[in-house]
Ligand binder design. Structure first.
Ligand SMILES: Nc1ncnc2c1ncn2[C@@H]1O[C@H](COP(=O)(O)OP(=O)(O)OP(=O)(O)O)[C@@H](O)[C@H]1O
Ligand SMILES: [Mg+2]
Length: 455
């Protein structure tokens, strides 16, 4: 049972909070004494603290600091009365999770506590994950990704086993390749990578195999190719599906003989290299189209690792989100932002065609563009909330047998939509006007008409 500490000098508030928390099955502990509160945080497993900023003689901010000193991870929600909102903002800066204003409604407490504990839970999971996945620089806890981690560990042990990683663009194939190498007994040896789609055939060939001096007109010096460079380690052939057919033949021979020959050279050189290939194309159908050699496919596909697209492992989204938020907030020197419930719903529903890379980019962009501690739907790129059911499913209105007054019904629908948009943007008129595609003047008129104002 999660223990929640309530620190407030008003008995009435303490009792009220205790009752609300108990309803959700938490175990509330309350005190009015700051010293006792700090002592409890130090001694007991406290999941969350609800801290009043106005504690008579001592300042809530000092109490917060003292709690953080005894437990740097402590999760604190500030309760603020009239006139202390500024201090509450200060509290967020020094690491409080959120604040709630007095007087509060029970529902607001239920929700904020639930969200806070969920975030805390994610943060803990993230911590545990980075301990458990030592060497695997990847985040996620869905069953399919756990299986990928398992496969990485397994194949890493076999120093020279060939690996074929497949998955859509942005699913993390490069991270998997690096992890395999990092966890292998060869981790101190070279890891070289090349994108087979980025070079024309002859350049890719010399990159891979190297050449002797005078092998062709421009070959003024001997060049050591990547296979030789990777000797003792691993070579990562990215986008293997893009490789030219004639080069595929040469690669097949390397896989069979474990020897290479430099261009213009006359002797074979033994190489001891693990080959890791990756593709976001469907190689099976490329074989059908005669664009990929079947024999090469079977040579590469010794140990296949498939990474499913993000939309097929949505459980990974919250933890990835938290991971990128922490990472980019740190990078841009900001307090770690949090996502509100509506925005999270949208993010969970979106189909993420660009997979984890897209999610990463979205978070990075938000951290750059909006210096906010709470991410609202309005901060998300248009395509993400474009997919919410409201826009997928236009209104269905059944006209009742007695008929309708058209203006009234349209008015009702309009009011509902304006209200919704206003809520999404947190009451920002300019943004609301943009969402609804109406001039600001028109929106103001409608806001007035429907008695909608931002607080
Ligand atoms: N599970 C994950 N945890 C953390 N970061 C991830 C994860 N998966 C992908 N990423 C990040 O997403 C981005 C894309 O990953 P990566 O380059 O490995 O994808 P890819 O499958 O090689 O894509 P492409 O086919 O386009 O080359 C990178 O910034 C990577 O760090
Ligand atoms: Mg890649």
């Amino acid at each position: 049972m999660e223990k929640i500490l309530i620190v407030d000098d008003e008995a009435f508030i303490r009792e009220n909070l205790e009752r609300i928390l108990a309803e959700d099955g938490y175990r509330p502990i309350s005190t009015e004494s700051p010293d006792e509160a700090i002592h409890i945080v130090a001694e007991e497993e406290i999941s969350l603290v609800l801290l009043d900023l106005n504690l008579g003689s001592s300042s809530g901010l000092d109490v917060l600091r003292a709690m953080q000193e005894v437990d740097p991870e402590i999760l604190v929600i500030i309760i603020t009365g009239y006139g202390t909102v500024e201090s509450a903002v200060e509290a967020l800066k020094i690491g409080a999770y959120d604040y709630i204003k007095k007087p509060f409604k029970a529902d607001a407490i239920h929700l904020i506590v639930k969200l806070a504990l969920e975030t805390q839970n994610l943060r803990r999971k993230l911590k545990r994950l980075s301990r458990d996945t030592d060497g695997i620089n990847m985040v996620g806890n869905s069953p399919p990704l756990m299986q990928v981690f398992q496969q990485i560990r397994e194949v890493a042990k076999h120093e020279t086993a060939t690996v074929l990683i497949s998955g859509d663009s942005g699913t993390g194939k490069e991270l998997v390749a690096q992890a395999i190498h990092n966890l292998s007994p060869r981790s101190e040896q070279p890891f070289v990578e090349i994108n087979c789609g980025s070079l024309p055939f002859n350049l890719l060939e010399t990159e891979l195999f190297g050449h002797e001096r005078g092998a062709f007109t421009d070959a003024k010096n001997r060049k050591i190719g990547l296979f030789e460079e990777a000797d003792g380690g691993a070579i990562f052939l990215d986008e293997i599906g893009e490789m030219d057919m004639s080069l595929q033949v040469k690669l097949l021979r390397v896989l069979e003989d474990r020897k290479i020959r430099r261009l213009g050279g006359n002797r074979n050189i033994d190489i001891n290299v693990r080959i890791i290939a990756a593709t976001n194309a469907d190689l099976k159908s490329a074989i059908g189209d005669k664009a990929f050699r079947e024999d090469l496919y079977y040579r590469l596909n010794v140990f296949p690792i498939y990474i499913p697209p993000l939309r097929e492992r949505r459980e990974d989204i919250p933890i990835l989100l938290e991971y990128f938020l922490q990472r980019f907030s740190k990078e841009f020197n900001r307090p770690t932002g949090r996502i509100n419930r509506d925005a999270l719903d949208l993010v969970m529903r979106y189909h993420w065609p660009g997979n984890v890379r897209e999610l990463r980019n979205v978070v990075e962009r938000i951290c750059i563009m909006h210096n906010v501690d709470k991410i609202l739907p309005a901060h998300l790129p248009r395509e993400i909330w474009g997919e919410s059911p409201q826009s997928e499913m236009p209104f269905k209105y059944e006209i009742p047998p007695e008929g309708i007054v058209l203006d009234d019904v349209v008015g009702q629908i309009e009011k509902e939509l304006v209200e919704q948009a206003f809520k999404i943007t947190g009451g920002n008129v300019a943004k609301t006007a943009r969402i609804l595609n109406v001039p600001r003047g028109t929106l103001r008129y409608k806001l007035e008409k429907y008695h909608l104002t931002s607080e």
